[in-house]
Design a binder for this molecule. Structure first.
Ligand code: PEP
Ligand code: MG
Length: 392
């Protein structure tokens, strides 16, 4: 929405009075209450610079994201409703790498039926052409909406509970309604199906079996669909990383969900600010997880992308691009133009060097240091990053 936001500010609302001047810096996560004249001027300059940079980058949004040594990276959008579709072209998105369909189920009494979902996914398929869209099946539970209508008990630990594919496999009717809607829509453009939170091989096989049932039913009723539709999985649990080589035999792409992968690897609730200090993409444990998953995909010759928040930050994108085969990146639309520009400013050879050094790093500080060193140039050009922050 283009509105800067900072969260986890505890007692800010008590300290504020109506009419107070507040500076919100969404890049660095800083909020300045009642700034001094100097602070005000400093942030004003910073804001001007940011807006100028944003405009320049935006003007190049349709240029390809090809590295200096000629490797093209597909930069895609994460969307949460078909209402987000107009933003794709505005930001130079090359398709949809993640459609979080759970938002279709939100704030309503009746869940969407097959026809409603079909119309929605069909619109997505048509608008993304000539690109493709990855429709992620219902990821309900956890920090997402609670499926309270059909839930009698409240889960004490929802992040570890009946979430996403677990919920869908327990409620095959709901799952099949969605799968059939996606299949039907796949006749009108290029769609891919993706299952969230896969933890075991059995889950993937069970989901695939239900998908086959849906295909059979549609075929019997002579309803057209893309019979070669690709099926992929989110890699977002440590178990799926450890099983990546086996999982790769039963699907045609991985998309790494770093938001959850960090949560489950570091054993922290991703929305609990008390342990937010452990939510660290540049922890050596995460870097190793990424490397195992990417290597497994490379070895199996299947597609690999990253759709967690890491993909939209230049510092992390540099690391991800250096970890193996060509990766697709999917992110919020606003990050797309600057990530494309950033990719045009680096070579895969230097990213690979970062990848090698990162795997040998002992701790987060070392990792931050080696990536920040490579990012100096990008930072000087105003490509802000969580790691480098703002540059005056
Ligand atoms: C992720 O976990 O990284 C992801 C992209 O999925 P979500 O944020 O919707 O859980
Ligand atoms: Mg996730």
């Amino acid at each position: 929405m283009d509105i800067p936001a900072v969260v986890g500010l505890k007692n800010l609302s008590i300290r504020l009075k109506t009419g107070d001047l507040v500076i919100v810096d969404g890049n660095s996560g800083d909020v300045v209450l009642r700034p001094t004249g100097d602070q005000f001027q400093k942030y004003n300059r910073r804001r001007q610079k940011f807006l100028y940079f944003d405009e320049t980058v935006h003007a190049q949004k349709d240029l390809k994201a090809a590295t200096k040594d000629g490797i093209e990276v597909r930069v895609m959008a994460n969307i949460e409703s078909s209402g987000d579709l107009p933003h794709l072209a505005e930001h130079g998105a090359e398709g949809v790498g993640l459609y979080r369909t759970e938002f279709l189920y939100l704030n309503r009494n009746e869940w969407p039926d097959e026809e409603e979902q079909f119309q929605d996914y069909k619109k997505v398929a048509q608008v993304v052409a000539p690109h493709y869209a990855v429709i992620r099946t219902l990821d309900i539970g956890g920090d997402k909406i609670s499926p309270s209508k059909s839930f009698s008990e409240v889960e004490p630990n929802p992040a570890m509970g009946l979430r996403a594919i677990r919920y869908c496999l327990k409620h095959p009717k709901i799952f099949k309604t969605q799968l059939k809607a996606i299949l039907r829509a796949s006749h009108y453009g290029k769609l891919k199906i993706m299952y969230p939170l896969i933890t075991t091989v059995e889950e993937l096989l069970a989901a695939n079996a239900l998908l086959e049932e849906c295909k059979k039913q549609l075929a019997e009723n002579e309803i057209p669909f893309d019979s070669d539709i690709e099926v992929g999985i989110m890699i977002e649990t440590p178990s799926s990383v450890m099983l990546a080589d086996i999982l790769a035999r039963h699907c045609s792409f991985f998309s790494i969900g770093t938001n959850d992968l960090i949560q489950y690897t570091m054993a922290i609730d991703r929305i609990n600010e008390q342990v937010a200090y452990l939510y660290e993409p540049l922890s050596p444990a995460i870097v190793r997880m990424l490397s195992v998953a990417i290597n497994a995909a490379t070895k199996a010759g299947i597609g690999i992308s990253v759709c967690g928040k890491m993909a939209g930050d230049p510092a992390y994108a540099l690391l991800l691009l250096g970890m193996g085969q060509t990766i697709n990146l999917s992110m919020d639309v606003h990050s797309i133009p600057r990530i494309k520009k950033f990719i045009r400013s680096i070579s895969i050879a230097e990213a690979k060097q970062v990848g090698v050094e990162a795997l040998a790093a002992n701790d987060t500080e070392e990792l931050k240091g080696l990536i920040a060193a490579r990012l100096t140039l990008a930072a000087a050009e105003g490509i802000t990053s969580a790691l480098v922050g703002n540059v005056d």
